[in-house]
Design a protein around this ligand. Structure first.
Ligand SMILES: NC(=O)c1ccc[n+]([C@@H]2O[C@H](COP(=O)([O-])OP(=O)(O)OC[C@H]3O[C@@H](n4cnc5c(N)ncnc54)[C@H](OP(=O)(O)O)[C@@H]3O)[C@@H](O)[C@H]2O)c1
Length: 214
């Protein structure tokens, strides 16, 4: 069984991805700065099928074969840099968006190097960094009965890692993998999350991204 670790996995984003990955037969480790919090959080997730969700430290999560970064944007670089050796040679998926709230809207921030994905790739030069899961509403992800039917835009400069993540995504209930392209698309894909959340705030909705015509 492929193991997937989630750095900052105790938040809504990590929990949502964990629920659907475990339901697709992956063995998921929620990572945390507080091991007990991760164990307690993992116990609240009830996947379907034969996958599992366990809790541990962020180091435990980084020891998995594929690792997802699900911390807030302003702690993603410190968190991943500290785990650089453990993440060497691995596929590291970032779902991190740099956003800030202004009234009823979310607005994108533009980190150094143009995107969080590019910053993480710079911090992890020996890892294969892929972007995915940016636009997914976490609560609908965690609720396996929410009827979620969404596309996941995937980008990376590493073709093999991109394909590997597409296989994972296609195995997850309610999700379709859409390979968008290279790391040069990271900035617009991350920034578009601000549009998704703002639409949902304005329209009191739980909409998600679906590419028509594909
Ligand atoms: N929420 C969504 O719907 C959604 C959807 C797609 C993408 N995203 C992205 O996914 C990421 C996580 O989102 P979220 O809503 O789950 O965020 P969150 O709840 O604010 O944070 C997730 C986890 O990160 C850890 N964390 C918090 N501050 C930290 C720090 N200073 N250093 C290290 N770890 C820290 C915490 O875990 P511990 O305290 O247990 O260590 C926390 O539970 C964000 O970058 C967001 O843009 C979110």
């Amino acid at each position: 069984m492929t193991t997937v670790g989630i750095l900052g996995g105790t938040g809504p984003a990590g929990r949502g991805v964990a629920a659907r990955l475990a339901s697709a037969s992956y063995a998921v480790v929620l990572g945390s700065r507080d091991e007990q919090r991760a164990k307690d959080t993992a116990a609240t997730i009830s996947p379907r099928g034969d996958g599992t969700v366990d809790g541990g430290t962020n180091e435990d999560a980084a020891a998995c074969s594929v690792v997802i970064v699900a911390t807030p944007w302003d702690s993603a670089i410190a968190t991943t840099s500290a785990l650089r050796q453990l993440l060497k040679g691995k596929t590291v998926i970032t779902m991190v968006n740099a956003l800030t709230r202004e009234g009823r809207e979310m607005v994108p921030l533009y980190p150094a190097r143009g995107s969080m994905a590019a910053q993480i790739a710079f911090a992890l030069p020996e890892s294969r960094v892929v972007g995915a899961f940016h636009h997914l509403p976490a609560a609908q992800m965690e609720d396996l009965d929410s009827g979620l039917n969404a596309d996941v835009l995937i980008f990376s400069d590493d073709d093999d890692a991109r394909r590997q993540v597409a296989v994972m995504v296609d195995a997850m209930l309610g999700l379709r993998a859409v390979v968008a392209g290279s790391m040069s698309l990271a900035s617009p894909i991350e920034a578009f999350t601000a549009v998704c959340i703002s639409v949902n705030i304005r329209h009191k909705a739980h909409s998600s991204v679906k590419m028509a015509g594909l």
